[in-house]
Design a protein around this ligand. Structure first.
Ligand code: NAP
Length: 305
């Protein structure tokens, strides 16, 4: 069976083009869409993800404010930075990189975000709106998965979808979106997590498997039905192997070396009808979707949202 590669970059390029037009229209009104980000981590992978977000904004003319805090700072310092961004009239969107240090309580962070600037749907009000089917913002990664499925005409209505991972930024919102009476949606969704008793029995039943566990190569071909569509959201960094980091020695397609997904690519490709590479699948679309949310927030300046 020939397996289709679900490449993210062509999809992301289409989104960027449309977003770029909207940025120009905003410019004509004297508005420069601006994203404020907060990173409280010294992890190289987190810093790299943040750099990519800024580059994605820069690409389409969205301005950024880049706040980086030492992970040992007290929570109140993070709270103050978030509040300052949220009250700054030049900032349209605020993004806080997770995971946060252990001493920082996530609920208090969520509450400090201004819902109208909460472009990655952290605030409980925005999560509630999403579950109710009236999202203010669809968080970037679930939005990217949905866009990928639509762009490649993956049948979702009536399909069995297994999602591996129940985090508040990926698994839970994605499950809600794919359940809803929308496109893509109307799926029968099963959400798995680390306490799921028999993961393989769930994934083997699924027409579409979406993985977002952060567990390298957790899912292999033996855990898939023949012809399944596989969307691997994760980008897990492998220990250094001496390869360069310029993308030239990536294992499956273009992009950064030493990054693997949750899916064991070669055996999964044998079974799947379509599969995302890692890197080069969901990641580029996620960046474009985040920027799109910032532009949407800027377009709402002065309106009810
Ligand atoms: P997270 O908060 O750590 O959540 C991971 C989820 O996976 C949890 O629900 C966990 O279960 C579940 N899980 C972990 N090990 C498992 C196992 N062996 N079997 C079944 N379920 C398991 O992570 P996240 O922030 O959602 O990120 C997930 C992955 O996506 C990471 O690799 C991250 O780098 C990547 N990511 C990609 C993008 C993108 O656009 N491509 C964007 C953001 C993040 P419990 O709830 O029981 O602990």
């Amino acid at each position: 069976m020939s397996t289709e590669l679900l490449l993210g970059e062509p999809v992301a390029a289409d989104i960027r083009e449309a977003v770029s037009d909207r940025v120009h229209e905003l410019g004509d009104r004297g508005i420069i869409p601006t994203l404020g980000t907060v990173l409280m981590s010294e992890e190289p992978a987190d810093k790299r993800f943040m750099d990519l977000k800024h580059a994605a904004c820069d690409d389409v003319g969205v301005a950024t404010r880049d706040i980086r805090l030492d992970p040992s700072e007290p929570s109140r310092r993070l709270h103050r930075e978030i509040e300052d961004l949220c009250t700054d009239s030049e900032i349209d969107g605020v993004f806080v990189q997770v995971p946060l240090p252990n001493h920082v309580a996530l609920p208090a962070v969520r509450q400090r975000l201004e819902p109208e600037k909460d472009v990655d749907c952290f605030h409980p009000e925005n999560l509630g709106r999403l579950v109710a089917g009236e999202p203010r913002f669809v968080p970037a990664t679930p939005a990217a998965v949905c866009r990928l499925l639509s762009s490649y005409d993956v049948p979702v209505a009536g399909a069995d979808v297994a999602i591996v991972g129940r985090s508040g930024i990926i698994g839970k919102p994605l499950a809600n979106l794919l359940l809803q009476d929308r496109t893509p949606g109307n799926a029968t969704v099963t959400v798995c997590h680390s306490k799921t008793a028999d993961l393989a029995s769930v994934t083997r039943q699924a027409d579409v498997v979406v993985t977002a566990s952060g567990a390298p190569e957790l899912v292999d071909g033996s855990m898939l039905s023949s012809g399944a569509v596989v969307v691997d959201v994760s980008a897990n960094r492998e220990p250094e192997t001496g390869k360069t980091d310029d993308g030239s020695s990536s294992r499956h397609g273009s992009g950064t070396a030493n990054v693997v997904g949750d899916v064991e690519f070669e055996s999964a490709r044998e079974k799947a009808s379509a599969i995302t590479p890692v890197p080069g699948g969901v990641g580029p679309i996620t960046l474009a979707m985040l920027v799109k949310n910032v532009v949407r927030a800027a377009e709402r300046r002065g309106t009810d949202g």
